[in-house]
Write a protein that binds this ligand. Sequence first.
Ligand code: DOR
Length: 432
Amino acid sequence: MLIHSASILLPNGDFFLGDVLLQGDKIVEINSQINSDDSTIIDATGLTLLPGVFDPQVHFREPGLEYKEDLFTASCACAAGGVTSFLEMPNTRPLTTTQAALDDKLQRAASKCLVNYGFFMGATAENLPDLIEANPTCGIKIFMGSSHGALLVSLEEELEPIFARGSRLIAVHAEDQPRIIQRRKEFAGITTPSIHSQIQDETAALNATKLALKLSKKYQRRLHILHLSTGIEAEFLRQDKPSWVTTEVTPQHLLLNIEAYEEIGTLAQMNPPLRSPENNEILWRALLDGVIDFIATDHAPHTLEEKAKGYPKSPSGMPGVETSLPLMLTEAKKGRCSVAQVANWMSTAPAKAYGVRNKGAIAPGFDADLVLVDLNNYRPVSRDRLFTKCGWSPFEGWNLTGWPVYTIVGGQVAFEKGRLNTNVTGKALIFE
Ligand code: DOR
């Protein structure tokens, strides 16, 4: 396949107007003009070629919660959003806490995912042997708070053995569960959705982040802090972030805040919750200066019926894989960051952090996971163009640029001008 006349983002951050030749699932050549008579040609005039998005935190609901989303619909949403690889979380049913549950997910994904996939193992207070042995997995997910059944490890004495034994990456959902339980009692009976941000407050997030960092330092254990939501955590990490610790932020925590409850009610409810506008600013600063390493969507679809139950019965979470890249590219167009930074945060840096080789850059020898975006036109986020089964977005009506025109997975076109090619299949990611 020949991608002709694209504005190509090179690994050094420069743009180069030219052609990219793919052979099988690899990028083989980048040049100002490549002649290849026997290639399928994509005319990319006016489009920008970026490495495919690597989304390192999603909840895709299969098995067990397929009425919200499944691996097929979620991977269609990925392809439409330029996401060519994802790492999925263990709070499915059954929970992904055993090798058998991990194998089952891998098998399901192999038969129905349009994009590349990897899965986390979930920690319970009892499954340490499973965590140590599991393979292949991108890491161990610990819900320190905001639990899902047995997926809760909140006390230091339960956490310590997990940090002490084994060597693979530990990714934490850092919220202080005992504090949340206490505050739920204090605020009981209040049903305005914005109370969610007060119950699961900034201190709850900071306490858990501090505890995870303390254990990571004690055992020099690779730690990733998921969806950082507060300025106080970012400032804390600015002072003390060992080289083996990474963190991420979601577009929601950068671009939405507690004002969103007024407009979209429980659709704005997620864990960790949205914060004040000041927190948006501090998180942006931390992302720009490297305290925050990359971006994840935390795609967490729930049905509109569930969200309509009203707080606190409404579940927490928002979809995100279809809107994350245009949201961030729109910020780049506004001048808040550069397109090269967006590609680093959404592809290069997460692929590197999870030890996935040959992804996240447009260079010979790298995998042909690519997205061609249109940075010249704008269109609003609208329900009728979404592929996620939940069928809504917290960003509906936002006028965005940088929408994917083509998404290429392993050298095959999975999404082209609004249409999916469901014959494309992704591959299991390999973690070093
Ligand atoms: O809001 C959230 N929803 N945060 C999480 O960490 C889990 C997720 C879900 O699975 O619904």
